[in-house]
Design a protein around this ligand. Structure first.
Ligand SMILES: [Zn+2]
Length: 169
């Protein structure tokens, strides 16, 4: 059985799989910037378990953050989601994981309990941007079915879907 004292070795640059002692491939992976939104939504549903407007918004928000902060994704961006832990609002955070590759497991995604459809992103060289779903869009989720709302946020222009400040440099 592995000894806890092995943890001190994990600070080294090379990741070793503690079970097999094999060096892991540490080449960084990057989000496919040209990935089709439908493919990402499929991926999101596979991760999250169902389709919903907050999930789709999270995916598009993550993609927008990569663009605004000039990130390649997965590792050169971190996010703090204010969407809390109560669905459907919290479904937004799973969309973020698919859209920009920030994940709780990598430690570059944190969730606060502000319970707002808003995410703060930090990119390379300290650039930051806060993106929030527009209140009128959130209000529109109360009418129609989940599928209708999801379809509508999939096609809405980004400026009509979100509000954001120009990214800080
Ligand atoms: Zn959901």
């Amino acid at each position: 059985m592995a000894d806890r004292s092995m943890n001190k070795d994990m600070d080294k640059d090379i990741d070793i799989d503690v079970e097999t002692n094999v060096e892991l491939d540490t080449d960084p992976q990057f989000v496919e910037h040209d990935a089709n939104l439908d493919v990402l939504i499929e991926r999101g549903v596979a991760l999250h378990g169902h389709l919903g407007p907050y999930l789709v918004c999270g995916i598009r928000m993550g993609r927008l953050a990569l663009q605004l902060l000039r990130c390649r994704g997965y590792s050169d961006i971190s996010a703090e989601s204010d969407a809390g832990s109560t669905p459907p609002l919290s479904c937004l955070t799973d969309g973020i994981q698919v859209g920009c590759g920030c994940t709780t497991g990598k430690g570059n995604l944190r969730v606060t309990n502000w319970c707002r459809p808003r995410v703060w992103f930090i990119g390379p060289e300290g650039r930051t941007v806060t993106i929030e779903i527009r209140p009128e869009v959130v209000a529109s989720f109360r009418t129609g079915t989940l599928e209708q709302a999801s379809q509508s946020v999939k096609t809405l222009p980004l400026e009509e879907l979100f509000q954001w400040n120009p990214p800080s440099d």
